[in-house]
Design a binder for this molecule. Structure first.
Ligand code: DX5
Ligand code: ZN
Length: 222
């Protein structure tokens, strides 16, 4: 089943609780939290302190996308703050297997993220360990960027690997998911759809989430 994950990066940070509630009424079912450190990506956002506050205002799972150097050092703090899913970038983990184990042993669902230039075949050995693979379909750092078309091939390849290996990890896509691109993304095999600007950019999160999810479900034949 396809799910919509509102990315609060494009929300009004002074009113996060209300923005999340609205996106949830529109069908958003997991909150995507972009954590950026100004080193791995050229932007700084939020950390465990804000996750702890979000935990108090929503029951939806919190999906923390760590765009930070040395993620292992912060995984316990995210667990403590109430994160449900945590994903780490392939490009930031010297010992990816260890990082994924660390997330799981803190009771959270582990995910791995690949930048646009990173091949998904590099993940074959660790696929049995992950709850989700996050395909970046823009270069991480900012909302509102254009979808990179070759991401569709990476999603198809992951869906093929999932079938060949008899696994059940979910395929998440992040960056440039809009009413224009979502059908192709879903048909390629993605089932977790992150959207920031398309939900929060026009100030109508409930309506815009609902419309985007309807298109995704239609493309999935649900
Ligand atoms: C970008 C973030 C995304 C971002 C997506 O580095 O990881 O989650 O919010 O934004 P849109 O949906 O606007 O492309
Ligand atoms: Zn993200």
């Amino acid at each position: 089943m396809v799910e919509l994950l509102p990315s609060i990066l494009s929300a009004d940070f002074a009113h996060l609780a209300g923005q999340i509630a609205a996106a949830s009424r529109g069908g958003g079912s997991v909150v995507h939290v972009d954590v950026m450190d100004g080193h791995f990506v050229p932007n700084i956002t939020i950390g465990p302190v804000v996750v702890k506050s979000l935990r108090k205002v929503t029951r939806l799972p919190l999906d923390c996308h760590l765009m930070i150097e040395n993620p292992d050092a912060f995984i316990p703090a995210f667990a403590e703050a109430g994160a449900d899913w945590v994903s780490v970038h392939y490009e930031t983990c010297r010992h990816l297997h260890r990082s994924l184990e660390l997330i799981a042993c803190h009771g959270m669902k582990p995910g791995v993220v690949v930048n646009p230039a990173t091949r998904v075949d590099l993940l074959v050995e660790i696929l049995p360990m992950v709850h989700h693979v996050l395909v970046m379909s823009v270069n991480p750092g900012f909302g509102g960027q254009k979808f990179i078309e070759f991401s569709l091939d990476k999603i198809r390849r992951l869906a093929q690997l999932r079938q060949e290996l008899g696994l059940a990890f979910r395929i998440e896509v992040d960056g440039g998911v809009t009413c224009e691109t979502v059908a192709r993304i879903v048909r390629a095999g993605a089932d977790l759809l992150v959207a920031g600007n398309a939900i929060f950019g026009a100030g109508r999160p409930e309506e815009d989430a609902r419309a985007l999810l309807a298109l995704a479900r239609q493309a999935a034949g649900e």
